[in-house]
Write a protein that binds this ligand. Sequence first.
Ligand SMILES: NC(=O)c1ccc[n+]([C@@H]2O[C@H](COP(=O)([O-])OP(=O)(O)OC[C@H]3O[C@@H](n4cnc5c(N)ncnc54)[C@H](OP(=O)(O)O)[C@@H]3O)[C@@H](O)[C@H]2O)c1
Length: 356
Amino acid sequence: MVQINERGVNVAVLGATGQVGMVMRRVLDERDFPVRDLRFLASARSAGQVLDWRGHAIEVEDVAKADLSGIDIAIFSAGGGTSREWAPKFAEAGAYVIDNSSQWRMHDDVPLVVAEVNPDDLDEIPSGIVANPNCTTMAIMPVLKPLSDAFGLKRLIVSSYQAVSGAGRAGVEQLMNEAKAAVDQGADKLVFGGDAIDFPEPTKVVRTIAFNEVPFIGDIVDDGSEETDEEQKLRNESRKILHLPDLKASCTCVRVGVFTAHGMSVNAEFERDVTPDEARAVLREAEAVELVDIPTAQLAAGKTPSFVGRIRQDQAVDGHKGLAFFVTNDNLRKGAALNAVELAEIIARKHFPDQL
Ligand SMILES: NC(=O)c1ccc[n+]([C@@H]2O[C@H](COP(=O)([O-])OP(=O)(O)OC[C@H]3O[C@@H](n4cnc5c(N)ncnc54)[C@H](OP(=O)(O)O)[C@@H]3O)[C@@H](O)[C@H]2O)c1
């Protein structure tokens, strides 16, 4: 534990050495988070590693050996299993836990929150645990919420184009290794593609991901739907965050050979008429949203907003009740680390005002 300031809240980051943890450390700094004591935790693998934070050398602690007392807010990005084991223990010891995994998102006593969309859901945190939404859900919520308020969202069809960093460091390494191996085999083989290229065996994404698209993320859910859990997360989490329990939503999640920033093709149907111009007028005023002509992954990577563009009337919906558009967003920033830090800021203001 290292004291950073005289006043502020005591913060612990579990999974501090991972990709999301790395961005989390940067975002805590960028946003000048009101931190008093700061602790970094991970597994025994990284324990003892020293990470710099604003000139302070902070030694990574093995969570299994850590003293959990005195933590006000713990931000977790260490996977579902770690969260299942440790979130209740941190909460029991008095911390509010903000969890990035899918472990707690659909629990009734766990608020699932996008900072700009439903911050009031943080007024009561009965279990001491708060969930950060899945990165695809997160990206489209700031866009859908104001449209839903204005025109009454009824039905959603989403196809995602998800970056490999969404699959952790292992996903990034797979794309890097495959891309290097393929490029080394020369342009002719790249043009022929398919079996002409000799790729290494996939190590994380279920098929070759370099120069490819793989319509399979997560695991098939054992409910006869043949959907993956990633596809169901988008439907279930959207319903919970937007407070629309009957929202009809169908999703196809696709991994693509991009390192960072997810894309979402969205077809949304509304109760009331809406034209693209009316939608743009609403979105121009929306928090955490930026209107652009062509929202690409490269544009979104390293940035904060959800970029939305290609807004059109959906020609498959009668009248003017449907919109088609595309959204891109950095899956490691707003999709994970930034929203978690924003939730920590809201919790600090609501629940620790005397320490600020
Ligand atoms: N990547 C994304 O776009 C994204 C978006 C939203 C949410 N998330 C969620 O964020 C979490 C982390 O993702 P990531 O991409 O950062 O993964 P990552 O790069 O693989 O990092 C995993 C982190 O968790 C720690 N960890 C793993 N097992 C642990 C254990 N048993 N006890 C304590 N610490 C443990 C690792 O510590 P060591 O260094 O000790 O191994 C590392 O710090 C996951 O729950 C993921 O679902 C990711």
